[in-house]
Design a protein around this ligand. Structure first.
Ligand SMILES: Cc1cc2nc3c(=O)[nH]c(=O)nc-3n(C[C@H](O)[C@H](O)[C@H](O)COP(=O)(O)OP(=O)(O)OC[C@H]3O[C@@H](n4cnc5c(N)ncnc54)[C@H](O)[C@@H]3O)c2cc1C
Length: 377
């Protein structure tokens, strides 16, 4: 038996709490490296809402290693152009995305991940906490933004509420060629609407607005449409052609609040939204979770590191990138939801004159592979 096998045998199976993207991706990363795992998911099935998911190009080599890149491509389409438009669909500025992202149906992507895993290692209807495991067992808490592990370790660490609320869905609708392989972001007026091609005649969309005190949230399409009565009619047509509308509050944890906190204690580690949730303005939380999964499995397979060193290296390598995205995403959200009309005017004017290289620079944070770089080999 070689060194790698000896180390792996010390901690197998790896127990994963949560069957969201972080949990499923960790299981697949471990499986790819021949490491045994168990997933415990509280729901009765692995599934997600019928909404869009943006997968940035830095994740493609990871999906390739997991042998799901080609299948993932079939679940959506490439996004090559990013357009900022005003409410009348006047083009304010456009950016060519140098490394196009994939825009896929999130429900189908979960199905794909799930299909690649072993049914007998997937434990559904199973609510777990770290207390259910012995001291010697490894547990990866991938239990999302309301992580019970995080609340147990850090009861005073608070979730931050941006006070922005979001509705989203996927529409089946015929749109002109300009909308194909493109992302249209309608900005201004403290309201955002985006139309993102997800392949064929399918377009994912979202609405983000600042929450008004005591606002009663509804999933009714007609109410949503009233927000856009003065907009170009394409907005309400897209909303109209949606079967199901879903709602989210935009939350994160301020990286400053967790800056001196360890992501692990002994053999228990937190990953994904459980420890570094982000608002979705950079569309990257799930991508960060997949990078977590990839790096973690690679580090676990390295015989030269003890488990404690593995977790230490993991947190150190992930912190820089994760924090940059969380902070950038938070400020993007603030920028687009100013109540001041003057500020709103300057934002639109600023967007209109932003050069392409600046857009590339901002997006380069998302594409940065340095935190998982040596594991790409
Ligand atoms: C509106 C919106 C749009 C987004 N769009 C994008 C995007 O385009 N691209 C992108 O990369 N990211 C996007 N994100 C971010 C992304 O959704 C999250 O970062 C990602 O889903 C986090 O995955 P996770 O597995 O860590 O957590 P979750 O998805 O929350 O999964 C946690 C899982 O754990 C389970 N669980 C919880 N507690 C227990 C327990 N005690 N026992 C067992 N199971 C348990 C839950 O049922 C759930 O299945 C978006 C987020 C939002 C809100």
């Amino acid at each position: 038996m070689n060194d790698i096998e000896t180390k792996v045998k010390d901690f197998e199976p790896v127990n994963i709490i949560g069957g969201g993207i972080a949990g499923l991706a960790t299981a697949l990363a471990l499986k790819t490296l021949g490491i045994d795992y168990n997933i415990f998911e509280k729901s009765s099935e692995i599934k997600y809402e019928n909404v869009g998911l943006g997968i940035s190009a830095n994740i493609f080599p990871i999906l390739e290693k997991w042998k799901i890149l080609e299948e993932t491509r079939k679940l959506g389409t490439e996004i090559q152009d990013f357009y900022f438009v005003d409410k009348d669909l006047n083009y304010l500025n456009s950016f060519k995305i140098k490394s196009p992202a994939l825009s896929v149906n999130r429900r189908l992507f979960y199905q794909l991940l799930n299909e690649r895993l072993d049914k007998e290692k997937m434990h559904l209807n199973c609510i777990k906490s770290i207390n259910d495991f012995s001291e010697n067992e490894i547990v990866i808490s991938a239990d999302g933004i309301n992580s019970v592990t995080r609340q147990k370790y850090y009861p005073n660490l608070k979730i931050r509420n941006s006070n922005q609320i979001l509705w989203r869905g996927i529409s089946e609708i015929k749109l002109s060629e300009k909308f194909q392989n493109a992302y249209h972001d309608f900005i201004g007026g403290n309201l955002r609407f985006a139309i993102i091609h997800t392949g064929g005649d399918y377009y994912s969309w979202y609405v983000i607005k600042q929450k008004i005190n005591n606002e009663k949230v509804t999933l009714d399409k007609n109410t949503l449409k009233t927000f856009f009565k003065n907009y170009h009619p394409i907005v309400n047509s897209v909303i109209d052609k949606t079967k199901n509308v879903y709602f989210s509050e935009l939350l994160d944890i301020n990286p400053n609040d967790r800056k001196n906190l360890s992501w692990f204690k002994n053999k228990k580690l937190m990953i994904g939204d459980a420890i570094h949730p982000t608002t979705p303005n950079m569309a990257n939380g799930a991508c960060l979770a997949m990078e977590d999964a990839f790096l973690l499995a690679n580090l676990l397979s390295k015989s030269s590191l003890t488990l404690e060193e593995t977790f230490e290296v993991f947190q150190k390598q992930r912190t820089k990138k994760v924090d940059r995205i969380v902070v950038q995403s938070w400020w993007f959200g603030k920028l687009f939801h100013s109540k001041s009309k003057v500020f709103d005017y300057f934002i639109k004017a600023g967007i209109a004159i932003t050069p392409n290289f600046l857009f590339d620079k901002i997006y380069s944070n998302v594409l940065d592979k340095t935190n998982v770089d040596d594991s790409y080999e």
